[in-house]
Design a binder for this molecule. Structure first.
Ligand SMILES: Cc1cc2nc3c(=O)[nH]c(=O)nc-3n(C[C@H](O)[C@H](O)[C@H](O)COP(=O)(O)O)c2cc1C
Length: 341
C-alpha cells in the first residue's frame, strides 16, 4: 500500500472535509496552513462558479488543495418525473406557506443542471491537481483526462463493494465514509449503512489503495482508532462547521449548541439523496411521503426554499448537516481546531 504522505502535500494525517454550503475559500486556506489537506467543495456548481471558487481560494493560499465535486447521473425528465415535480413543488410551497414562508419554487425546465464532465474540464483548465468526488465514479473517459493531466483522484466509498469498484477504476486514494458522517452519503451501489468501525477494517483488508477515514472524528482518541484500523488520515467535517471560516449563519451555529443525539437523522427530503443532519419540520413533513424527487431535482427544487428560510433565520426549513459525534462545535478558527486535534 502506498504511503499517503508521499501522494498528498500533507504534514499531518488530517483532511478538512469538503462541505458544500459550509466550506469557504478561507476555511480551505486555513486548513492548508496547518499542514492538513484543505478541500474546496464545488458540488454541482456551474464551471464558471467552480472556477471563481478555485481562484478565490488561490488568492488566500499557495498550498495545493483538493477540489471536490458530485459525480452524479442526471435522470431523464420523463412524463412521470414532470408530474411528480409539479406535485412536489406545490406540496412544498404549501407547507412553506403554512409556516409563514412565501416561496415560489422554480419550474422544472428552468433548473440549471451541470453535468459533472463540464466541471472536470474546468478543473483541468485551472490545473487542479487533486480532485475528490462523491456519489459515484467518473466515467472512464473523464478519469483518463484527469490522469493525463497528472491529477490525483480521491473517491468516496460507503461499502467494501464501492471501495473495490473505485480501486478497479484506478482511483488513487479512497475516502471510507462511515454511517456516522455528517452530510451526504457517498453511496453509489445500493444504500449501505455501515458503521465506520465495521467498514474501515473490512475495506483495509479488501483493497491496496491508501485510505482516508471520514465519519464521527472529533478527538484524538477516535482519530487514533481510525488510524489503527487502516486509515492513513482522517477527514473531519462536523468538527469544523461552526468554525470562524464556516459559511453557516449565526442562527445555524446557535442551533448546533442545543442539538440532541436523537435529533440527528438521515434524510433524503432536501436533495433526493440521503444525508445526515438535524431533524426539523421540513424533514418531518416530507419523510415517508411521495414528495421526494430523485437527485438533483429535489435538491434544485428545495434550494429556493432553503435560501428564503435562511434569510428568515428559520432553522425548521434549512438543511443543517451534522454527523453523529455531537461535541462542542467550536467557533474557533479552522486552524486552531485542527491544531488542537
Ligand atoms: C455540512 C456538510 C457538508 C458536506 N458536504 C460534502 C461535500 O460537498 N462533498 C463531500 O464529498 N462530502 C461532503 N460532506 C461529507 C464529508 O466529506 C465527511 O464525509 C463527513 O463530514 C465526515 O463526518 P463528520 O461530519 O462526522 O466529520 C459534508 C459533510 C457536512 C457535515
Amino acid at each position: 500500500m502506498k504511503n499517503l504522505t508521499a501522494l498528498l502535500p500533507i504534514d499531518r494525517p488530517i483532511v478538512q472535509a469538503p462541505m458544500f454550503g459550509v466550506t469557504t475559500p478561507a476555511m480551505v486556506a486555513a486548513a492548508a496552513s496547518t499542514g492538513a489537506l484543505g478541500s474546496l467543495a464545488i458540488a454541482d456548481l456551474s464551471p464558471q462558479k467552480s472556477i471563481e471558487q478555485i481562484r478565490a481560494t488561490r488568492q488566500l493560499t499557495n498550498k495545493p488543495f483538493a477540489v471536490n465535486l458530485f459525480v452524479h447521473q442526471v435522470p431523464e425528465k420523463t412524463d412521470e418525473l414532470r408530474k411528480q415535480y409539479t406535485h412536489t413543488k406545490s406540496y412544498i410551497e404549501d407547507i412553506a406557506a403554512k409556516n409563514g414562508l412565501t416561496v415560489r419554487l422554480p419550474e422544472l425546465d428552468t433548473l440549471q443542471i451541470t453535468p459533472y464532465q463540464e466541471q472536470i474540464d474546468a478543473l483541468i483548465s485551472e490545473q487542479c491537481k487533486i480532485v475528490s468526488f462523491t456519489f459515484g465514479i467518473p466515467d472512464p473517459q473523464s478519469i483518463q483526462k484527469l490522469k493525463a493531466n497528472h491529477t490525483l483522484l480521491i473517491g468516496t466509498c460507503t461499502s467494501v463493494a464501492e471501495a473495490i469498484a473505485l480501486e478497479q477504476q484506478g482511483i488513487d486514494i479512497i475516502c471510507v465514509q462511515g454511517i456516522e458522517a455528517g452530510g451526504h452519503r457517498g453511496s453509489f451501489i445500493g444504500l449501505p449503512q455501515i458503521g465506520g468501525i465495521s467498514l474501515l477494517p473490512q475495506v483495509y483488508e479488501s483493497v491496496k489503495t491508501p485510505l482516508i477515514y471520514a465519519g464521527g472524528i472529533y478527538n484524538k482518541n477516535n482519530m487514533q482508532a481510525a488510524l489503527a484500523l487502516g486509515a492513513q488520515a482522517v477527514q473531519i467535517g462536523s468538527l469544523l462547521i461552526a468554525s470562524k471560516e464556516s459559511a453557516l449563519l449565526p442562527f445555524e451555529k446557535e442551533r448546533l449548541k442545543t442539538v440532541k443525539e436523537n435529533e440527528v437523522v438521515l434524510t433524503n427530503t432536501f436533495s433526493g439523496r440521503f444525508a445526515r443532519g438535524i431533524n426539523n419540520a421540513f424533514i418531518q413533513s416530507l419523510a415517508s411521503t411521495d414528495y421526494i424527487l430523485p437527485y438533483p431535482y429535489q435538491n434544485k427544487l428545495t434550494a429556493e426554499l432553503r435560501r428564503i428560510a435562511r434569510a428568515h433565520q428559520n432553522s425548521e426549513f434549512v438543511n443543517i448537516w451534522i454527523g453523529q459525534s455531537i461535541q462542542s462545535f467550536s467557533t474557533d478558527s479552522t486552524a486552531a481546531i485542527i491544531n488542537r486535534l
